[in-house]
Design a binder for this molecule. Structure first.
Ligand code: ZN
Length: 258
């Protein structure tokens, strides 16, 4: 194979590796952002559980106060009952007394329900706090790993850039220009021909082109315009019959099989 083709093959490998690295690098910040978002959601969950608990505690403080008031009234009405003068007075006080007792009982039921809610909220809060702790650790690990990956990628990129700069001067400028333009539009600028096909676009190459390729020429694919070459080291064992009939191997007469 011509030295120029070998250098193009190497250059394309370097370019593909640089592209892979760039794609991988672009994905890294998203990983950190995702870990941050998960942690923020868990923190908000934990804050909500904590607020709910505080609200229940405030509610019970108020209920305690109201229950105490009704109990005091109950005690006062009982004392008053001892000194009533008329049945009407007694009936009125008994009415007040039973109302105060009923209210105290109702508020105690409410307080009990609040305690039950708090029990569930405490469980939720503990779970949310454990989740926050675990996600904070995950975020920390993710940041460390990403930072290492960034350093590693920067090293790889420096190596690739050095290889690239060493290879480019070894390739003819007009070939290099075409390669660069193709890389811009088609990702790869160079394609290997194999079984009378361009491996870049899978279209068949004309017999004449195929013969020239096998003589070591650097040509252009008629379909995708990639630079086309043939690599004797990659030539397959005698081919199985190809279903494609577009370019029958008429030229094979002039060219011995692999
Ligand atoms: Zn092609």
């Amino acid at each position: 194979m011509l030295a120029q083709i070998e250098n193009l093959v190497k250059l394309q490998a370097v370019e593909l590796e640089r592209t892979r690295l760039a794609v991988a690098l672009r994905a890294l910040p998203a990983e950190v952002a995702q870990a941050e978002a998960l942690l923020a959601a868990a923190q908000s969950q934990s804050a909500k559980a904590s607020d709910a608990l505080s609200r229940e505690e405030l509610l019970r403080t108020r209920l305690d106060r109201e229950i105490a008031t009704h109990r005091q009234k109950t005690a006062r009405f009982r004392v008053q009952l001892d000194s009533v003068k008329t049945p009407e007075q007694a009936a009125a006080i008994e009415h007040e007394l039973s109302f105060a007792e009923a209210e105290a009982a109702r508020l105690e039921d409410e307080e009990f329900a609040s305690l039950e809610r708090s029990e569930a909220q405490e469980t939720a809060l503990a779970a949310a706090r454990a989740q926050v702790e675990s996600l904070a650790a995950t975020l920390e690990n993710t940041r460390e790993r990403i930072s290492l990956q960034l350093k590693e990628a920067a090293r790889e990129l420096a190596t690739l850039n050095a290889e690239r700069e060493a290879l480019r001067p070894l390739i003819e400028p007009d070939v290099l220009n075409r390669f660069d333009r193709l890389c811009g539009s088609r990702v790869t600028g160079l394609a290997r021909a194999e079984n009378q096909q361009c491996t870049g676009c899978r279209m068949g190459v004309r017999p004449q082109t195929w013969n020239q390729l096998r003589e070591g020429e650097l040509l252009t694919c008629d379909s995708c315009f990639r630079l086309l070459y043939w690599d004797p080291a990659m030539a397959p064992a005698p081919a199985q019959p190809q279903p494609e009939a577009k370019h029958k191997r008429k030229a094979a007469k002039a060219q011995p099989e692999d």
